[in-house]
Design a protein around this ligand. Sequence first.
Ligand SMILES: [Zn+2]
Length: 299
Amino acid sequence: MSNHDSAVSNIYRGRFAPSPTGPLHFGSLVSALASYLDAKKQQGSWIIRIEDVDGTRCKPSFSEQITETLNSYQLFSDEPIRIQSQCIHIYEQLLSELKKQQIIFPCNCTRQSLAQYDGNHPLECQSSTSKPHSWRLRTSTAVYQCQDSIQGTLLFTDDLKNNCPILKRKDGFFSYQLAVVVDDHLQKINHLVRGADLIETTAQQLYLYDLFGWTPPKICHIPLITNHSGDKISKQNHAKAIENNHLPTLLRALHYLKIDLVSPSSITEALSLAIEAWDSSKLKGIKDLPLEEQDLHFI
Ligand SMILES: [Zn+2]
C-alpha cells in the first residue's frame, strides 16, 4: 500500500444503507442519525447507499422517498448514492471468485426439507446445478471477535458452524450478506454504525472479508428502538412513515441517542449541535430502547 493510500484510508468513511421496502420510519431515522453524527463528529464522509438487491421486496419509488426524507432532515450523501441493483455484475464476479475457492456450493433444498433444521442449512447437500439452485457458503470453524465500542467485545464462536448462509438465491437475487460486504469494501467504508439487530450477521460478514482478503471496517451497534412487545419497529410490523422536514421528530430521534437539545431554531442548527453533543459511550451496553409513551404515534 502506498503512503497515499494509507492516508486516504485514515479518513473516516461511514454510510447509511436503507433497503427501499417502505418509506423511512422513526427507527431508521435514529439509525441514519447515529451513523451521520459519528461520521461528522470525526470530520468524516457519510454516504447513502440503497440496498435494493432483493428485487422482490424493493421499489424504486421508496428509494426516492427515503432519500427525499433524509434530505429534508439535512442528511445529504457526501458522494453520489450507490444503488446496489446497478452493481449486480460486481457481485457476480466476486461470487465466481468464491466458486473458484470452492467455498460455496449449489443447493436446491426446499424450505420444507430444511424445516427440521429450523430453517438452517447445517450440512453441505448434493445438489445439481442443472436445476434452479442457490449458492451457499460452506460451514467454517472460524471464530471471530469484534471490539464494538458500544456493545463491548462481541465473540462469535458457533455462528459459522451450524449454518450455510445463502449468498445468491434460487431466484437469482444476491443476498444482503454478500452485497453489503462487497460494497462496504469497494466504497472504502471503514466505520459501520448500525442497529443491534445486525449483530447476528457480523460473523458471516467478517468471514467473507477473510475469504476475499479484505480488511473489515470498525463496527459498532446502536440500540434498537422497540415497540411495546419488545420487537424492533420496522416496516414488517407497520411502522409509519415519518413526516419530512419536521424538527420535533428530529429532536425525539436525537433523544434516543442521548442527545437532548434545548429549543434549537431549525433542523440545521439542531444537527450541528447534535454533532457536538454526540457521544456513543452514552449508549454503552444498551441493546434496545423501548419507544416512550409520547412517541407511540410513530408506530
Ligand atoms: Zn441444500
